[in-house]
Design a binder for this molecule. Structure first.
Ligand SMILES: [Mn+2]
Length: 430
């Protein structure tokens, strides 16, 4: 290879995602509501524009998109036109784009008949095709890829990729589930070993929405994750990878953030808080801090209050959590500019208990703590409890990983606290 080159790898754009559950926003004025809904409606497109802008600014040699460009197999015309327009900007800069379709935008759907710029290459459904990337007439890389002909692809598509050995650098673009992960549908299943032994230099994957570099050394195996999170469980930065290949074929990865709206979960411990006034102030402090840490981004925040708190009883009253949420939404209402939307507020506090004085006391609560402590140590009681839970885990085992020792301890602590709360009674103000 005469000189180094670079490309950007993105996947799972899910353009025009509907943001279900965000159609009505309560407790705020209409202008605030329109501002938030407008930004949500735009954010998958803004992420795409940010990817395109990164390609232009970094002067990359090509762009790879590894499936689920659209959220639907019958995408909106709006989504397709916006995609076309974005790629047009890359055509003007003569940057080639290689596009695979995945399970969300498989090729059995109805897509509009549009003219695509000559720099755009769609991989065909069900078979691998390769395109050379040329610089001044000589090939710097070859990009191989395949699209989904239908939603459910159960074959191992990775096995269809065959590298040509006269190629300086080979990129494979595939929407697939590596290693039988259960978080996403098991489409085009393959193992990391299938990819590692393939002879390719870089596997540009899509499908798994959480970013993961499965292998750093050649072949590099990468899930870039979503460029824009789309619901409260898709937390963390969304983006794409800038891949720099040195003249001797070494690969450097740099993650670029592209999400205009970010989903956050915020745990707020409330042990030391004794009044509702302090609580509201504390929540606003924490949210302001979060906003400072994410300047230039809008935020959707899922709040959880935790810890043993003197406010536990009152926080459990019907309407209290809702009232706090309402207050926060009003506080952060803004008719324009970046928004902070408190999406929900969950109370997971426990009552304040003087554990030290209860432990060892000749009371029912004392006995309960002694039993919980015994179950926390290896021994007969712990084994009996684990055996009692075993049938449940066997049944659910197909969907979940059975809990390990640490999970069991967490469950035990939760059971102890709930039992203690019930035992200490409603009219006890401790
Ligand atoms: Mn996807």
């Amino acid at each position: 290879m005469a000189a180094g080159f670079s490309f950007i790898h993105a996947a799972d754009l899910h353009l025009d995602s509907p943001f279900r559950g965000f159609t009505t926003l309560e407790h705020v004025d209409e202008a605030t509501r329109d501002n938030i809904l407008g930004q949500l409606r735009e954010c998958t497109f803004t992420a795409l524009d940010n990817i395109v802008q990164a390609c232009l600014t970094r002067k990359v040699d090509f762009l790879v998109l590894a499936g689920d460009i659209y959220d639907l197999a019958d995408p909106s015309l709006r989504a397709q036109l916006r995609f076309q327009k974005a790629l047009q900007r890359l055509a003007e800069a003569q940057i080639p784009v290689f596009v695979a379709h995945g399970n969300h935008d498989h090729q059995s759907g109805q897509q509009a008949a549009l003219d695509w710029p000559a720099n755009v290459h769609f991989f065909p459904p069900g078979q691998v095709q390769a395109y050379p990337v040329l610089r001044q007439g000589s090939e710097i890389a070859r990009v191989y890829g395949i699209s989904y002909p239908r939603r459910e692809v159960t074959e191992n598509y990775a096995a269809l990729f065959k590298r040509d050995y006269d190629v300086p650098f080979a990129v494979a673009v595939l929407h697939c589930n590596v290693g039988g992960g259960t978080e996403h549908a098991n489409y085009a299943p393959c193992t990391l070993n299938d990819l590692a032994k393939s002879g390719f230099d870089y596997w540009a994957l899509g499908h798994v929405h959480r970013r993961a570099v499965l292998q750093e050394r050649v072949p590099c195996v990468v899930y870039p994750g979503v460029p824009q999170g789309r619901h409260p469980r898709e937390t963390g930065a969304g983006g794409c990878y800038l891949v720099q290949v040195s003249p001797n074929g070494e690969i450097g990865l740099q993650f670029l953030e592209t999400d205009p709206v970010r989903w956050k979960q915020l745990q707020v411990p409330v042990e030391d808080i004794t009044t509702e006034q302090q609580l509201i102030e504390q929540l606003i402090d924490r949210l302001d801090e979060l906003r400072r840490q994410h300047s230039g981004r809008s935020l959707v925040v899922r709040l959880e209050l935790g810890g043993r708190s003197p406010l536990h009883r009152r926080l459990g009253q019907p309407g209290t959590a809702q009232g706090l949420l309402e207050e926060l939404r009003r506080h952060y209402a803004a008719s324009a500019g970046l928004f902070l939307w408190p999406e929900s507020l969950r109370v997971a506090t426990a009552s304040q208990v003087d554990m030290a004085s209860l432990e060892g006391s000749a009371t029912l609560a004392g006995d309960l703590l002694a039993i919980a402590a015994e179950a926390g140590r290896p021994g007969e009681l712990r084994e009996r409890l684990q055996q009692a839970l075993a049938p449940l885990h066997e049944k659910a085992g197909r969907q979940f990983t059975p809990p390990g020792e640490a999970d069991f301890d967490a469950l035990l602590a939760e059971a102890r606290d709930t039992a203690l709360d019930l035992l200490l009674g409603e009219d006890d103000d401790r």
